[in-house]
Design a protein around this ligand. Structure first.
Ligand code: URA
Length: 206
């Protein structure tokens, strides 16, 4: 199921993020802030376990998140959301997945994968600012499921309707949290209106 965040703060920050005149430093800061706002909602359903805690005044029962939280940025643009995720969950484990697009088949080809080990009830958050075709996200989820990891949530800043459909068809039980579902993909598979190339804008490569 997909969840488009309609909070006014998300809409406001996304508008500045999209603006071609927004400089790189501000773009990066906004990408982090938006990640936090969207991920906060995405984590609403995490389970907790009761734990005793002593305040300076009394003992009480608090709670802690039950699952190991594992963040999986898809290289390279996903790294631009990592700070925001770690601001929310500083103790999270982090794995990396790298995909490049085969120019002929247009299919994602994995070239790097490094996942944390010894996980206890892991909940995976796959992060990529642009859910465009959805193919690299599907390939990443396929790879996690091959390793018997099946509690997975996707977080993106902007999605295309085509990408959402592709992920939902391949993995209907995976929740997708996004800041906006835009109009469509163009002939180069960029999201319209989108924000251009997220990696280039995050890392100043153009
Ligand atoms: N990747 C991007 O950076 N932007 C898009 O619009 C699509 C994929």
């Amino acid at each position: 199921m997909y969840h488009e965040n309609t909070h006014p703060l998300v809409k406001h920050k996304l508008t500045i993020l999209r603006d071609a005149a927004t400089p790189q430093q501000l773009f990066r800061e906004l990408a982090s802030e938006l990640t936090m706002l969207i991920a906060y909602e995405a984590m609403r359903h995490l389970e907790t376990t009761p734990v005793p805690v002593n305040t300076p005044l009394a003992g009480t029962i608090g709670c802690k998140i039950k699952n190991d939280i594992v963040i999986i940025p898809i290289l390279r643009a996903g790294v631009g959301m990592l700070d925001g995720m770690l601001s929310l969950v500083p103790y999270a484990r982090v794995g990396f997945v790298g995909m490049y697009r085969d120019q002929e088949t247009k299919q994602p080809v994995p070239y790097y994968e490094k996942l944390p080990r010894d996980l206890k009830d892991p909940h995976f958050y796959v992060i990529d600012p642009m859910l465009a075709t959805g193919r690299s996200i599907v390939a990443t989820i396929d790879s996690l499921k091959e390793k018997e990891f099946d509690t997975i949530t996707v977080i993106s800043l902007i999605s295309s309707p085509e990408g959402i459909k592709t992920v939902e068809e391949a993995h209907p039980e995976v929740d997708i949290y996004t800041g906006s579902i835009d109009e469509c993909l163009d002939e180069n598979e960029y999201i319209i209106p989108g924000l251009g190339d997220a990696g280039d804008r995050l890392f100043g490569t153009k």
